[in-house]
Ligand binder design. Structure first.
Ligand SMILES: Cc1ncc(C[n+]2csc(CCOP(=O)(O)OP(=O)(O)O)c2C)c(N)n1
Ligand SMILES: CC(=O)[C@@H](O)[C@H](O)COP(=O)(O)O
Ligand SMILES: [Mg+2]
Length: 632
C-alpha cells in the first residue's frame, strides 16, 4: 500500500496523477476486502463506488464542500480517504467505526444515514442554508438507483427543481437495489442502451447527410436541432429535465478520467444538475460481481473462495416466517406478500418463487407498501407486509390512517424486532411496541419462539382486522416444528411457571432469558412466576392483574425502549385495575443504542438471563433489607 497510507487528507488526492489514482483505487479495494472479509459489512455497494469516491474527493473539498451519501452503506472508500484507515478494522464492531457516515465520527461525514432516500432532501437543505448564509461550498448528493425508487427522493427532486439551487445529484446506477432493481423507473433508467444507440445513430446519419449533394448541409443543421429533442425523448435525461435538472450522462463510473472531467465541468454549472453514473456492484471482486445480492450485506467470508463463514445449520426466525407464509398461502388464496425491496432479508424469496403472481416487490417504498396493502385488503385480499421494524417507522401514518382507521385486515410481519447488532442505532427495531401500541384496532403479538411465531401467523390470517407480529434477527431456538400452525385466541396470555416471590411478564423472545433467570433465582431460594402475555395488544388483562395482585412484585422485560413500551402498557393496565405492586421495568433506556453484537448489547443492557436475575436479586434484596429496617 503506497498511496492510501500516505494520504493525510483527501486534499492530497489533487497531487496524484491519473495512473496513481488508479493504483489508489486498487489499494482501496484491497483494504475494503481485507476488513470486510473479517468483520462482514456492505461489500458490493462499497466496491462499486471506489472510482466515483476518488473522483468526488479529487474534485470537491470536503469538509467544506458537502458530500451526502444516501443510505451510507457504500461509504467505505469515503471513510478510507478521510482519515479512518487506521481504525478501519473496527468497522461495525462495538466501539468501532460505524458502517454508515456519522457526523460525530468525522467532519467529512455531512449527514447521518442508514435509512435510504434522504440524500436529496438533506443536500437541498444544506444548499438552501448555504445560500441564506452566503456560503460558497458545493453540495453533492450521491444516491443509488434503488434508493431513487422512494417517494422521498422524488419529493427532494421536485423541490430542488423548483428552488433552482446549485446542487449536484450523482445517480449511481448499478441496476441493483439489494436484489435487481424493480419498477417502471428502473426500466426507464436502463434506456441508457438506447442513448448509446442514439450516439451511434447520430454519427452515421451526420455522415450520410453531409455527403448529400446540394441540400446536405441544410438537412444536417435541421437534424442537429431535432437531435436534442430526440435524444432527450429517448434517454433517462427526459425525466430529470422535467424536474428542472440539467442532466449529464450516462457516464462510465469506473473510468476515473471521465468521472473527474465530468465532475469538474458540472461543478461550474448553475442550478440543479444530475449526473448519471453507471457502475457495477461488487466491482473488482468476482464473487461479489457474480452475486451482488449475497455480498450486499455479508457476514465474514473466505476471500479466495467467497464462501460465507459461520453459517449454522439452524433456521432463522426469518426462514421460519418465509416457510410458514408459503404454507398459509397454499391453504388460503387471499394471502399475498409485499416487500419494500427486501425480498432476501425478509425471507420472501421462497414465496416469490412459489407464488409469483401473489408477490409484490414495491421498491424502497415502505409508505406505499402499506397503503398498497390497504387497497388489496379493501378488495378482500389478506396482504402480509413483511418489513423490518426500523423501516416501518417511515410508514407510521399509513399504518394508522390507511389501515387501522379502516380496520383493514393487513398483517405486518415485523422482522428485525429488537437489537439487530452491527448496523447499530439506525437499524435497531426497538421502538415498535411504543409506536404501534397506541393505534386503535391493531392486534400486536410478540412470539417468544418460532413455534409461537407460526401460530401468530395463523392467527393473523384468520383475524378480520389489522395485525402485527414482531420477531428478531438471527437464529430461532431450534424447536421441532410439526403439523399445521394453529391459531391462538386473541388477547390470551400463558403462565409458564409459578412462584410466590414475584411475577415476570416477559415480552417476545425475552421470555427465554426470563425463564433462565427464574431458574437461576430458584437455586437461590427466590421463586418467580413467569408469564408470556403473547399479545402486546390487547394485553391479557385478567391474567396480568391477577398475577400482579397475587405476588405484589412485578418485573417486566422487553427488548424495546422503556418509554411507552410493554412495561408501560402493563403499568397502565394495573393502574386502571387499581393494583399497585412494586415494579421493576427492564428494557432499553431513553437513548439510541450503539452498534455491537446482539449478545454483547443484551449483556450491556441487562437483557440476558444474568442481567435479569441480577436486577431482580438486587430489587428483592433491597426490599428485604428495607423491610428489615422498617421492622427493627
Ligand atoms: C428506508 C429503507 N428501506 C430499506 C433499506 C434497506 N436497504 C439498504 S440498501 C438498499 C438497496 C439500495 O439500493 P441502491 O440505492 O441502488 O444502492 P446499491 O446497494 O445498489 O449501491 C436497501 C433496500 C434502507 N436502508 N432504508
Ligand atoms: C443498509 C441496509 O439497510 C441493509 O442492507 C441492512 O443492513 C440489512 O440488514 P440485515 O443484514 O439485517 O438484513
Ligand atoms: Mg443500486
Amino acid at each position: 500500500m503506497i498511496y492510501l497510507k500516505n494520504l493525510a487528507s483527501p486534499a492530497d488526492l489533487k497531487g496524484l496523477t491519473l495512473s496513481q489514482l488508479e493504483e489508489l483505487a486498487g489499494e482501496i479495494r484491497e483494504a475494503i476486502l481485507e476488513t470486510v472479509a473479517q468483520t462482514g459489512g456492505h461489500l458490493a455497494s462499497s466496491l462499486g463506488v471506489v472510482e466515483l469516491t476518488i473522483a468526488l474527493h479529487r474534485v470537491f473539498d470536503t469538509p467544506v464542500d458537502k458530500i451526502v451519501w444516501d443510505v451510507g452503506h457504500q461509504a467505505y472508500a469515503h471513510k478510507l480517504l478521510t482519515g479512518r484507515l487506521d481504525r478501519f478494522a473496527t468497522l461495525r464492531q462495538f466501539g468501532g467505526l460505524s458502517g454508515f457516515p456519522k457526523r460525530e465520527e468525522s467532519p467529512h461525514d455531512a449527514f447521518d444515514v442508514g435509512h435510504s432516500s434522504t440524500s436529496i432532501s438533506a443536500a437541498l437543505g444544506m444548499a438552501a442554508a448555504r445560500d441564506t448564509l452566503g456560503g460558497k461550498e458545493k453540495v453533492v448528493a450521491v444516491i443509488g438507483d434503488g434508493s431513487l425508487t422512494s417517494g422521498l427522493a422524488f419529493e427532494g427532486l421536485n423541490q430542488a427543481g423548483h428552488l433552482k439551487k446549485d446542487l449536484i445529484v450523482v445517480l449511481n446506477d448499478n441496476e441493483m437495489s439489494i436484489s435487481p432493481n424493480v419498477g417502471a423507473l428502473s426500466s426507464f433508467l436502463s434506456r441508457k442502451m438506447t442513448s448509446d444507440f442514439v450516439v451511434r445513430f447520430k454519427k452515421e446519419t451526420e455522415q450520410f447527410l453531409v455527403n448529400l449533394p446540394r441540400f446536405g448541409k441544410d438537412l444536417l443543421n435541421l437534424a442537429r436541432r431535432a437531435e436534442d429533442s430526440l435524444k432527450s425523448f429517448l434517454t433517462p435525461g427526459m425525466l430529470f429535465e422535467a424536474f428542472g435538472f440539467n442532466y449529464v450522462g450516462p457516464i462510465d463510473g469506473h473510468r476515473l478520467e471521465e468521472l473527474i472531467e465530468t465532475l469538474q465541468n458540472v461543478s461550474r454549472l448553475r442550478g440543479p444538475t444530475l449526473i448519471h453514473v453507471v457502475t457495477k456492484k461488487g466491482k473488482g471482486y468476482p464473487p461479489a460481481e457474480e452475486n451482488p445480492a449475497l455480498f450486499h450485506g455479508v457476514g465474514p467470508f473466505d476471500r479466495p473462495t467467497g464462501q460465507v463463514l459461520g453459517v449454522k445449520g439452524g433456521l432463522s426466525y426469518t426462514a421460519v416466517f418465509g416457510r410458514t407464509l408459503v404454507e398459509l398461502a397454499e391453504k388460503d388464496e387471499r394471502v399475498v406478500a409485499i416487500t419494500a425491496a427486501m425480498a432476501e432479508g425478509t425471507g420472501l424469496k421462497l414465496f416469490a418463487e412459489r407464488f409469483p403472481g401473489r408477490f409484490y416487490d414495491v421498491g424502497i417504498a415502505e409508505q406505499h407498501a402499506v397503503t398498497f396493502a390497504a387497497g388489496l385488503a379493501c378488495r378482500g385480499m389478506r396482504p402480509v407486509v413483511a418489513i423490518y421494524s426500523t423501516f416501518l417507522q417511515r410508514a407510521f401514518d399509513n399504518v394508522l390512517h390507511d389501515v387501522c382507521l379502516q380496520n383493514l385486515p393487513v398483517t405486518f410481519a415485523l422482522d428485525r424486532g429488537g437489537l439487530v447488532g452491527a448496523d447499530g442505532p439506525t437499524h435497531h427495531g426497538v421502538f415498535d411496541y411504543s409506536f404501534l401500541r397506541p393505534i386503535p384496532n391493531l392486534v400486536f403479538m410478540a412470539p417468544r419462539d418460532e413455534a409461537v411465531l407460526r401460530r401468530a401467523m395463523a392467527t393473523a390470517v384468520d383475524y378480520d382486522g389489522p395485525f402485527a407480529y414482531r420477531y428478531p434477527r438471527g437464529d430461532a431456538l431450534g424447536l421441532l416444528l410439526e403439523g399445521a400452525a394453529e391459531p391462538l385466541p386473541v388477547g390470551i396470555g400463558e403462565k409458564l411457571r409459578d412462584g410466590e416471590d414475584g411475577v415476570i411478564f416477559a415480552a417476545g423472545t425475552t421470555v427465554a432469558a426470563a425463564m433462565e433467570a427464574a431458574r437461576t433465582l430458584e437455586g437461590e431460594g427466590l421463586f418467580l412466576t413467569v408469564v408470556d402475555p403473547l399479545f402486546i395488544k390487547p394485553l391479557d388483562r385478567d391474567l396480568i392483574a391477577a398475577e400482579a395482585r397475587r405476588s405484589g412484585f412485578v418485573v417486566t422485560v422487553e427488548e424495546n425502549v422503556l418509554q411507552g413500551g410493554f412495561g408501560s402498557a402493563v403499568m397502565e393496565l394495573l393502574a386502571e385495575e387499581g393494583v399497585a405492586p412494586r415494579m421493576l421495568m427492564i428494557g432499553l433506556p431513553d437513548r439510541f443504542v450503539e452498534q455491537g453484537s446482539q449478545s454483547a448489547l443484551r449483556a450491556l443492557y441487562g437483557l440476558d438471563a444474568a442481567g435479569i436475575a441480577g436486577r431482580i436479586r438486587a430489587a428483592l434484596g433491597r426490599e428485604a433489607g428495607s423491610r428489615k429496617a422498617a421492622a427493627s
